[in-house]
Ligand binder design. Structure first.
Ligand code: ZN
Length: 502
């Protein structure tokens, strides 16, 4: 559709987008190379940019253009690019005008100081120090929800920010059916003799780890001409433009899995962003559609691919060449068992595929209770330990590895930050099964180190659409079904049933 109102809207949106991406550069710098002294000022700078972007986006002129375009695009099909642009922009605009720009700036300022305090308090195991920060975060989170009256559950507006359209009640239902399957599976495996995974903790020199990880993700299809990898304590993916999508990883020389699976995970996120239709650049359609769908992409490459036997059939000889001292006497099958060892553990990001979702569900449930007011911040450590005992049969010796382990509650609002991980795991198998149904050769290609068929399928069916479809629309479109846990349960039972001869 050629239309001057549309052109005006697009150029306004591009300005907003430019500001947001400039903020992203500042954020990337903060999370990678900025000295600690830069922190307070950086918080203010990020807040200022976010506020200006918000003011530009919520200008009544944007609303007026959207009103005018509504009637013009109504007759267009749902999947038309312009109709989708108007629909998605409308949704984000209606949401944005409800939140005062001064509130956004206050949130940015607060989370920057909270994050800084957490970075110090966590190693000192000082949860006490974090209580006032978290109480304010909870207060801000409730205020945020309050800008969207009419919700069923106070967490719904917060969940909408990352997984649009998902409801707390629905997620609780999905999670409890998953929990019913996972707790017994984890228990059954835990009762067996533990797998020896000591081969993963031999010496893996830093540079070779970086080299090997980059080699693998290049082969996946991560485009280094439009991206790069750096290091940060908490790995993340960030999009600075369509042609510049960056990931970070972390390296421990005595732990191969720590860095490698971070790299393949983040590459999955980044390839999603690199694959968005270039026509969407600078508009609200440019980006992954929800945190769940995003996570489905990272999990595909991290778990379904990088933790599969087929993948290592090709890569294990290369890995051995790269780390001859560490792996000379380790047969591939032992290495494969080691990287898939199931064991209830304290740290979410290091958890295996079977217990991982239990970590997520614990956090989701605690968030719900904090927001509902049935749990006070000061009682969080105790509630945390209790939940770990019930679900995983273990207890952290400290809050450092308890309720202070993840940065989420200390770098953002409370509510809506965790469900996407498990929703993504569920979706990843739904999508992958569909890809296999269309291209059964994907499996044998993996064993030859070829990933193009899979990557192209993901680009075609998921990546290119950006935010055009909501997560539920996308799942329906790609698989013909709604979100469904059975393929995921089947995947886990097949894989770990074989591994542990259940
Ligand atoms: Zn992720």
């Amino acid at each position: 559709m050629e239309n001057s109102i549309l052109q005006q809207l697009k150029s306004r949106l591009r300005e907003v987008h430019d500001l947001e991406r400039a903020g992203a550069v500042l954020y990337w710098d903060q999370a990678t190379y900025m000295p600690p002294g830069g922190s307070p000022e950086r918080g203010r700078q990020l807040g200022t940019i976010a506020q200006i972007a918000q003011e530009k986006f919520t200008d009544p002129a944007v609303g007026k253009s959207l009103d005018q375009l509504q009637s013009l695009t109504e007759s267009l099909p749902h999947d038309d690019d312009d109709a989708s642009l108007v629909r998605v922009t409308r949704r984000e605009y209606d949401r944005a005008i409800k939140v005062p720009p001064s509130f956004i700036a206050e949130v940015y300022q607060h989370i920057t100081t909270t994050y800084q305090a957490w970075a110090q308090a966590r190693p000192e195991n000082d949860f006490e120090k974090m209580i006032p920060f978290l109480e304010k975060s909870l207060d801000l989170s409730r205020k945020m929800a309050g800008f969207f009256p009419g919700y069923d559950h106070i967490a719904d507006p917060l969940i909408d920010l990352s997984d649009y359209g998902m409801k707390a009640t629905e997620i609780r239902k999905i999670f409890s059916s998953l929990q019913e399957e996972l707790v017994p599976l984890a228990k059954k495996i835990s009762s067996l003799p533990p797998v020896d995974d000591s081969c993963l903790r031999r010496r893996y020199p830093h540079d070779q780890q970086m080299f090997f990880g980059e080699r693998v993700i290049r082969q996946f299809g991560f485009d280094f001409g439009r991206g790069r990898q750096d290091k940060s304590p908490h790995p993340f993916t960030i999009k600075l433009s369509m042609g510049d999508v960056r990931i970070t990883t972390r390296i421990k020389e005595d732990d191969f899995a720590w860095g490698f699976f971070s790299t393949t995970h983040e590459a999955g996120h980044a390839m999603y962003e690199q694959g968005v239709n270039p026509e969407f650049e600078g508009t609200p359609l440019d980006g992954g559609t929800s945190s769940g769908v995003h996570e489905s992409q990272s999990r595909t490459w991290e778990n379904i691919i990088s933790r599969s036997l087929s993948f290592w059939e090709f890569f294990y000889p290369k890995l051995r060449e790269t780390f001859p001292d560490a792996l000379e006497d380790v047969p591939m099958e032992d290495f494969y068992r080691a990287i898939n060892k199931v064991q209830p553990s304290l740290i979410r990001t290091e958890a295996d595929e079977v217990t991982y979702n239990l970590h997520v569900m614990i956090r989701f449930e605690l968030e719900m209770q904090l927001l509902e007011g049935t749990l006070a911040i000061k009682d969080l450590p105790e509630a945390w330990h209790k939940a770990y005992n019930t679900n995983l049969g273990i207890q952290a010796p400290s809050d450092t590895d308890g309720c202070m382990q993840d940065s989420h509650w200390y770098s953002g609002l409370i509510g809506g930050a965790f469900q996407g991980y498990t929703l993504g795991n569920i979706m990843s198998t739904q999508f992958f099964d569909q890809a296999l149904a269309s291209h059964p050769e994907i499996e044998s290609e993996m064993a030859k180190g070829e990933f193009q068929t899979l990557h192209n399928w993901l680009k075609e069916n998921i990546h290119q659409h950006g935010k055009k479809y909501t997560a539920s629309e996308l799942i329906k479109r790609v698989t013909g079904k709604d979100l469904d846990i059975s393929p995921y349960i089947q995947y886990l039972k097949n894989k770990f049933g074989t591994l542990y001869s259940l």
